[in-house]
Design a protein around this ligand. Structure first.
Ligand SMILES: Nc1ncnc2c1ncn2[C@@H]1O[C@H](COP(=O)(O)OP(=O)(O)OP(=O)(O)O)[C@@H](O)[C@H]1O
Ligand SMILES: [Mg+2]
Length: 358
């Protein structure tokens, strides 16, 4: 029905944003927004704002921002990142436009209210949460924020005795599940993720071959296709232009070392977090680890994590069924299961804040 409530689950990520609606639609896009640099670029692109991978494709003709880049969703405010007021406003605007865009892609009922649940990093600060609420203000009539790994656990029906490790581009979030909403102090966020692996691989390739032409985007795609943790019998050979000539470069050792950087912080934090609980719970958590987020797709990661956790009595490690939509699907499930009186309270408080803003 066109005026009934649409529920939306959203996973707002540093790198990728995904959403699923109660209407059965889903959408995902890279978390980046661009504006044509001049009227020539605008007439070429045929639109005033560009989103996602299209931004990267046309980056030369766009002025673009990653509204949640560099930890602003997690640890820093925009100001702490050293942005001036004008740039902060641009990031906020980009965040709003991006949320509006992804919401329109999941086709909410045109004249009914929209209620959203948004997955956030585990240890996001109050400032970060306010920023996200602000970004969703024009898209949702009521919004609730939940820890991203909690949403992943919810989608997989793993609500008890499970340790969720969500490996994103900017952070790795750990959240133990004991059949209830997790406490802030039980969760951990590591300021490390796929971006650092990309940076390491980029530097290693350029160190080995300074004249090679390679972009960060190419490095990320190479990692996603060939990345592995542990050992491999195959050699990873890529072709890059060197002084204008396509040249084969064996990057097996570089990719191995770059990807290996993910494992130690995960092991360290799993061990630290698990140690906070009583021994029988420790055993349960170590033997029920669920990996989510894009980084969970790295070849060999579950197996190597199991080996690394053996001295601590672990582990049994699995991946989520869908690394792109698990968080958004869990958030939608939460939204649809939430009692209606809860939503109306949120809606009222939003009406109050709207009135204040006016
Ligand atoms: N097959 C793959 N192998 C290795 N890494 C991958 C693979 N697929 C995606 N990734 C990496 O996963 C990361 C993106 O994951 P995800 O979309 O969960 O991040 P995000 O939610 O935007 O980030 P965050 O949760 O930190 O805000 C990127 O670093 C990407 O390169
Ligand atoms: Mg994420």
């Amino acid at each position: 029905m066109s005026n009934s409530i649409t529920f939306i689950g959203m996973d707002l990520g540093t790198f990728r944003t995904s959403a699923v609606s109660s209407n059965g639609h889903q959408a995902e896009l890279e978390t980046v927004v661009g504006w044509p640099k001049d009227h020539i670029a605008e007439s070429l692109l045929g639109k005033p704002v560009v989103y996602g991978s299209e931004v990267i494709e046309h980056r030369m003709s766009l002025d673009f921002v990653r509204p949640f880049g560099h930890g602003v969703l997690k640890f820093n405010s925009h100001t702490e990142r050293g942005l001036d007021e004008k740039q902060v406003e641009k990031h906020r605007k980009a965040a709003r436009l991006l949320v509006d865009q992804v919401v329109s892609q999941v086709e909410p009922n045109p004249s009914g209210p929209i209620y959203g649940v948004v997955g956030m990093p585990s240890r996001a600060t109050i400032v970060n949460k306010e920023m996200v609420i602000e970004a969703t203000r024009s898209a949702f009539d009521a919004v609730m924020l939940v820890p991203e790994p909690f949403a992943v656990a919810y989608s997989a029906n793993r609500l008890s005795e499970t340790l969720v490790v969500d490996i994103g581009a900017g952070t790795i979030d750990l959240c133990p599940m004991f059949g209830t909403f997790p406490n802030d102090e039980d969760q951990l966020t590591i300021p490390f993720g796929g971006d650092e692996v990309d940076e390491e691989l980029y530097n290693r390739i350029l160190e080995a071959c300074p004249d090679a032409r390679i972009s960060k985007k190419m490095v990320r795609e190479i990692k996603e296709k060939h990345g592995f943790v542990g050992t491999t019998e195959d050699h990873v050979v890529i072709s890059l232009p060197v002084k204008g000539k396509p040249t084969d470069i064996d990057i097996t050792e570089h990719i191995k070392h770059a990807c290996a950087k993910l494992l130690p912080p995960i092991v360290e934090c799993v061990v630290e977090l698990v140690a906070r609980f009583e021994p029988e719970f420790q055993d349960c958590l170590l033997n029920n680890i669920l990996l989510g987020g894009g980084g969970s797709q790295l070849k060999g990661l579950p197996e190597q994590l199991e080996i690394a956790l053996q001295p601590y009595g672990g582990g049994n490690v699995r991946r989520t069924h869908d690394s792109v939509y698990a968080g958004a699907t869990g958030a939608l499930k939460l939204a649809m299961g939430m009692p209606m009186e809860y939503w109306s309270k949120l809606e009222n408080s939003r009406a109050v804040s709207k009135a204040k803003a006016a």
